[in-house]
Design a protein around this ligand. Sequence first.
Ligand code: ADP
Ligand code: MG
Length: 350
Amino acid sequence: MDDSNTQLTPLSELGEFGLIDKITADIKTINKTTLFGIGDDAAVIKPKNNMLTLVSKDLLLEGVHFDIMYTPLKHLGYKAAVVNFSDIAAMNGKPKQLLIGIGVGAKFSVEAIEEIYVGIRKACEVYGVDLIGGDTTSSASGLVISGTIIGEVEKDKVVYRKGAKVHDLICVSGDLGGAYMGLLILEREKKAFQANPDIQPDLTQHDYLLQRQLKPEARTDIVDLLAKEKIVPTSMIDISDGLASDVMHLCKASSNGCVISEEKIPIDQTTFDLAKEFNIVPTVAALNGGEDYELLFTVDQNDYEKVNNLESISIIGYMTDVSEGERLITNDDTSIELKAQGWDALKKKD
Ligand code: ADP
Ligand code: MG
């Protein structure tokens, strides 16, 4: 990825402390709650009164969560930070402090690690998060990036997965399935490249889908929007595993069933068109694809007008009694069970 640069510095030249100094140089903190960041044995945080502290962690492993062959390191760093921010957004909170643990194999250069940190620092800048520490170590196998995020939420605004009630409306931000289609493009181009290294990857005209996969955003803007509209969801989760799996998490935690309408699932035209090219039903990409990092939440029926007026939010169904199970109403008006074999029925027959 970095092979255009011929003057790469081996990690051994800097050593652990030199590397830490390099990647943490000039980091300034901006949040008042951050009393002390990088440079001691632990960072120091003073939570505001009336705020709850949210803590979460995400681990990214090379070969499991990302393929170093087609993942620009800058984007990888950005994504490693953003997936953590998304977990805080899913609690209706705002991310504030980030710690990054990184394990690197000897094959990595100092420049490669710096590139990852360009992405991490960019994400922190965009989201107003302080990078307050981490740990750096060598890895015997692949690259490991682990983020720990600390966030805050007003005491009466925290939203769990468990709060949904029967008849609550199920809502989702943005559009779904794009990240999965982006992954399919990357996998396709990787295969083409392996078969014939002279063929350059054709990634033009797929900007949106590649961005959905390689450089996702956390919907902290939706958290702000909901606050502005005075909407407190009854339950919420971020979509990392796919709509089907994540709506089932809400149902399970809230002891509800649900009805989702296939026709209401928001899918971007580019996702739709590419799914056709790959002979995949677009709904399947949205239900099972994952990594869209949109917010999935429920609101009381009384908030119908309010959410219905929000352009970035789609109402895709409602919660039912647990005895009714989890259902998907397909475009041809058939009710099927929302589980793994469910989408076989959606598969293209031609
Ligand atoms: P210790 O030996 O006490 O763990 P380190 O020498 O590992 O301390 O870290 C020194 C400082 O640099 C600490 O503030 C730590 O949080 C920070 N730090 C170490 N590695 C990273 C990293 N990969 N990203 C950000 N900060 C880091
Ligand atoms: Mg350490």
